[in-house]
Design a protein around this ligand. Structure first.
Ligand SMILES: Cc1cc2nc3c(=O)[nH]c(=O)nc-3n(C[C@H](O)[C@H](O)[C@H](O)COP(=O)(O)OP(=O)(O)OC[C@H]3O[C@@H](n4cnc5c(N)ncnc54)[C@H](O)[C@@H]3O)c2cc1C
Length: 408
């Protein structure tokens, strides 16, 4: 592992250009239609699978890129294409990361291929942590997992909400409480295999943006999964719970858990998505400002417009550097001692929201219509200060990491 060098090698450039081609030729022309239809865009995901872009092989290749930049490069280009379609393609990745971070080698080998399927039989996966009363406060989770020792099965009961691909996924990963006494440390993640009775989709949400991505409640009623579906295995869980009980007795702070490990690993990736949206809107605004004439000159001739574009581009580049730093650290196995993953997600998310709003302003009346893509980009960007930990929660995580204090 080398030092952090924000310069791409030949292979990375080739991959980036290949994804860019798909984003420009397949995603961009389809974006408005799927935004209006507000349905999961199977034909686009199947096309991505056909060319090998939506596949376990490609995902694993990017995930294990030793520079750490494979995933952010891929996601920035896809989300430059379109965020709703991008999330339809990338949504499975969150469930896959949860298996990579919490599962045994055997579980990774069994479940991750089933999350993607193959080009002839495309599959998708969902990661279900959030609940109606447990959003930012993961410790308020109520979904229970009880172990039926006689049958070596876990029985899941509860209601999950906001699950990307929830209910339409082939494989669901569900975070549930195994020991309510331990708060967030008493949680574990379970794979619910395809077709398991008792798991059903609840309400499907109608959203402000990323409307091609499916978001729904997932209801679990006496869902029985085999013992081997507990990610990490029973032995590891019992050890972890034993340590947590010791700490609880000693009054130590409650810390990370299964869901948090997933979110920590995925934050820079989510930041990269936000960078892609921001860059797309900035490019539209730059082109428009050069060609739109008012008062006898292109509007970019006014500092009031040109300086906005200068700020937009500066923020986007800064966001990308934070994302790449965090991704490089994760790839190099360096711990986020100053919550660098959260920093990247916070800054990139806020950048996407601000830059897409500025882009709309630069396009004037046109920016406000669906004839131009920036209003969609602005709606899409708004989720980036909310999901995977709101901006407030990222600030909390960063402030706690910096101060060592239990800031509330
Ligand atoms: C489109 C979409 C897709 C999603 N996909 C998934 C998914 O695939 N899987 C999944 O598990 N979840 C998913 N989520 C859930 C998402 O992660 C949550 O919505 C998010 O964590 C916020 O939780 P909440 O909505 O309950 O808001 P709340 O936690 O109720 O927060 C409401 C407001 O209060 C603020 N707040 C809360 N606590 C504090 C505090 N201590 N200090 C300061 N401010 C605070 C928040 O920042 C926010 O502004 C998705 C959500 C959406 C909308």
């Amino acid at each position: 592992m080398g030092d952090f060098a924000p310069e791409l090698n030949d292979e990375q450039r080739t991959v980036r250009d290949w994804i860019h081609g798909f984003a420009a030729d397949v995603m961009r022309p389809a974006a408005a239609e799927w935004d209006e239809r507000e349905e999961f865009p199977w034909p686009v995901v199947r096309e991505a699978a056909r060319i090998g872009l939506y596949s376990l092989d490609f995902y694993a290749q990017q995930f294990f890129d030793p520079t750490g930049l494979g995933v952010p490069l891929t996601l920035e280009e896809l989300f430059w294409g379109d965020a709703g379609l991008g999330l339809a393609i990338a949504g499975t990745g969150l469930a896959a990361i949860s298996v990579f971070t919490n599962g045994t080698d055997e579980q990774i080998g069994t479940w991750v291929p089933q999350m993607y399927g193959d080009a002839n039989d495309v599959k998708i996966a969902a990661f279900c942590s959030s609940e109606p009363d447990a959003g930012s406060d993961v410790s308020a989770m109520r979904t229970r997992a009880r172990y039926d020792e006689a049958k070596d099965e876990w029985v899941l009961n509860g209601t999950k909400t906001w699950a990307t691909n929830g209910g339409i996924a082939d494989v669901h990963v569900v975070v549930a409480v195994v020991d309510p006494e331990l708060g967030a440390r008493g949680h574990a993640s379970f794979v619910v295999p395809p077709g398991t009775p008792g798991l059903a989709q609840g309400q499907k949400f109608k959203k402000h943006g990323i409307r091609a991505s499916h978001t729904a409640e997932v209801v679990l009623q006496d869902v029985r999964v085999p013992g081997h579906c507990l990610l990490g295995g029973k032995e590891r869980l019992d050890e972890r719970l034993g340590r947590a009980r010791e700490r609880a007795r000693g009054g130590a702070e409650r810390g990370a858990n299964a869901a948090m490990a997933t979110f920590e690993a995925s934050r820079p990736a989510v930041g990269a998505q936000a960078v892609g949206i921001a860059r797309a809107a900035y490019e539209v605004a730059l082109d428009y400002a050069k060609t739109r004439v008012q008062f006898g000159r292109p509007i970019i001739d006014n500092q009031g417009v040109a300086f906005q574009l200068a700020d937009m581009r500066t923020r986007i580049d800064a966001a990308r550097l934070l994302v790449w730093r965090a991704s490089w650290m994760a790839g190099a196995g360096k711990p986020f001692t100053s919550a660098e993953g959260s920093m990247s997600k916070l800054f990139a998310g806020e950048t996407a929201k601000a830059v897409t709003a500025q882009a709309m302003q630069i396009l004037g009346g046109n920016g406000y219509t669906r004839e131009y893509p920036v209003e969609r980009m602005h709606r899409d960007a708004a989720i980036y200060t909310i999901f995977e930990g709101t901006s407030e929660i990222q600030r909390l995580v960063i402030a706690r990491a910096l101060s060592g204090m239990p800031i509330r």
